[in-house]
Design a protein around this ligand. Structure first.
Ligand code: APR
Length: 226
C-alpha cells in the first residue's frame, strides 16, 4: 500500500464545533496564549490554566468527528495512513484512525508537573488544584506549551520522509517545528493542501481551497477513483 501521511491542525475540527486558534473568534482572541499555554503562565496561575483545559475537555464530550475525520479513517482501506496532528482533541481516533501521532499533546491525558514521564489517561473532564500524581506533584495538562520541547518531532519527521503522498489539512502552519515537517516530504511526493483560506507554501502544492469536510471528500475521489 502507498504511504499517505497527513499533517492536520485545528481547522479539521472546526466543523465539529471546536474553535481554531487564529481565525476570527478563535481561542487566541479570547485568551492570552502566554497565560494559558506557557510554563510561565502555569507558574503564575495554575488554576486559570487548569480551568482553560477543563473547559476544552468538557466540550470534547459534546462534539463528534466530522466527515473530514471520517474520510481520513476510510482511506486506511486504500493506503497505509499516518496522521500527524497538532490537535489535542481525540476526534481522529474516535473517527477510527489507527495511527495518530499527537505532536502537541492530548486533552484526555495529564501528567506530573515534576516528571513528564508520569502520564495518566483521564476518565473525567475536571482536574483541580491539589490533584496529584504518584510522586505527590500537582497534575498538569499533558499539552506541549509554547517554549516547551516537542518530544515527538523526530518521529514525525521520519514518517514524513516515508510519504508517497502528503496532505496538509486545517493548519495555518504558523507554529514550528510542526510547520517545518513539510520540508521532510520527498520531492517525488505530491502535496495536497486543504484549507479555505489562501496562503503560499515553500513547496508546490495542489490547493483544494475548501473546508475539510468537502475538500477531503473531493481528495478521496481523486486518490481512490483517480
Ligand atoms: N476546514 C479546513 N480548514 C479550516 C477550516 C475548515 N472548516 N476552518 C478553518 N480552517 C483553517 C484556517 O484557514 C487556518 O489555516 O485552519 C487553519 C487553523 O489555523 P490555526 O488556528 O493557526 O490552528 P493550527 O495551525 O492548528 O495551530 C497550530 O498553534 O496554538 C497553537 O498548539 C496550538 O496546535 C496549535 C498550533
Amino acid at each position: 500500500m502507498k504511504r499517505l501521511v497527513i499533517l492536520s491542525g485545528a481547522g479539521i475540527s472546526a466543523e465539529s464545533g471546536i474553535k481554531t486558534f487564529r481565525d476570527m473568534g478563535g481561542l487566541w482572541e479570547e485568551h492570552d496564549v502566554m497565560d494559558v499555554a506557557s510554563p510561565e503562565g502555569w507558574e503564575r496561575d495554575k488554576e486559570l490554566v487548569l480551568n482553560f483545559y477543563n473547559a476544552r475537555r468538557k466540550q470534547l464530550l459534546d462534539v463528534k468527528p466530522n466527515q473530514g475525520h471520517l474520510v481520513l479513517a476510510e482511506l486506511e482501506k486504500y493506503f497505509d495512513v499516518n496522521i500527524i496532528t497538532q490537535n489535542v482533541d481525540n476526534l481522529h481516533e474516535r473517527a477510527g484512525s489507527s495511527k495518530v501521532l499527537h505532536l502537541h499533546g492530548e486533552l484526555t491525558k495529564v501528567r506530573s508537573e515534576n516528571n513528564e514521564d508520569l502520564i495518566y489517561e483521564l476518565d473525567h473532564w475536571e482536574v483541580k488544584l491539589g490533584d496529584t500524581a504518584e510522586d505527590g506533584a500537582q497534575l498538569r495538562p499533558h499539552i506541549v506549551w509554547f517554549g516547551e520541547a516537542v518530544p515527538l518531532i523526530t518521529t514525525a519527521a521520519e514518517i514524513c520522509q516515508q510519504a508517497d503522498i502528503f496532505i496538509v489539512v486545517g493548519t495555518s502552519l504558523n507554529v514550528y517545528p510542526a510547520a517545518g515537517l513539510i520540508d521532510y516530504v520527498p520531492q517525488s511526493a505530491p502535496i495536497y493542501l486543504i484549507d479555505p483560506s489562501d496562503f503560499k507554501l515553500s513547496r508546490k502544492v495542489h490547493h483544494i481551497q475548501e473546508k475539510a469536510t468537502t475538500g477531503l471528500e473531493k481528495l478521496k475521489e481523486l486518490l481512490v477513483v483517480g
